[in-house]
Design a protein around this ligand. Sequence first.
Ligand SMILES: Nc1ncnc2c1ncn2[C@@H]1O[C@H](COP(=O)(O)OP(=O)(O)OP(=O)(O)O)[C@@H](O)[C@H]1O
Ligand SMILES: [Mg+2]
Length: 258
Amino acid sequence: MVQPLLELRGVNKSFGVVHVLHDVDFAVYPGQVTALVGDNGAGKSTLVKIIAGIYGRDSGDYFFDGKKVEVHGPRDVAHLGVEVVYQDLALCDNLDIVQNMFLGREEKGRIGLDEIAMESRARETLASLSVRTVKSVRQSVASLSGGQRQTVAIAKAVLWNSKVVLLDEPTAALGVAQTRQVLDLVRRLADRGLGVVLISHNMGDVFEVADRITALYLGRVAADVPAKDVNHSQVVELITAGRSGDLGISENPANASV
Ligand SMILES: Nc1ncnc2c1ncn2[C@@H]1O[C@H](COP(=O)(O)OP(=O)(O)OP(=O)(O)O)[C@@H](O)[C@H]1O
Ligand SMILES: [Mg+2]
């Protein structure tokens, strides 16, 4: 069994009186795409924000490369090599691709920023991910299509020698061809040895690229299985009912007393 690159054990999280995550165990393996699935409000984005260091956790441990680590904020997480691409992407429309990719981490040249170095690294990173649809790295992000923006956001995440990349619904707003591009990119990241987490509501996307599937149901892990061991309708059942045959949560937590 391969050791997870990143692992959370026994995570609980409440917002006020609302208990959102219950004893969640979650693992990300090198070279694999782990799909994190669950209905609206299941707790996927909350889990991702805990991994990203944006939210603290009420309990539970955070492991990286097999070692327990203390994570106090997004900086600690970036140091570990964990990057998150959020659904709203957080790109600046008025800036070009290079400026976006280096935002907040500009390379310092002897005089001001080293534009040439940044530009060539941006170009190399896009090329290494076989991104060919972006014409110029000096194009403003406002002029890009949804798929191209997603590509730039992912390239930005891998520019920093990341080891784990989490993508929150990267294909939600995309058409068929753009979804294709992004899924290919997701697969290539894993093939480069990164641990990739894909949050998606689209079962087609999940089965196309995922090696493992972790299903959340009302803030609990209903299943954590190799993708090849389950089919489409089993995953849909896990998402909507928390169980499917032998898999899932034995007692429906929706009926449990609190
Ligand atoms: N900052 C917050 N304050 C209070 N409640 C929150 C907060 N963030 C999330 N929640 C609640 O936690 C639960 C899980 O939300 P979360 O955004 O993690 O779900 P999700 O699985 O990402 O759903 P979706 O598929 O709709 O994106 C929801 O009931 C939500 O209302
Ligand atoms: Mg979400």
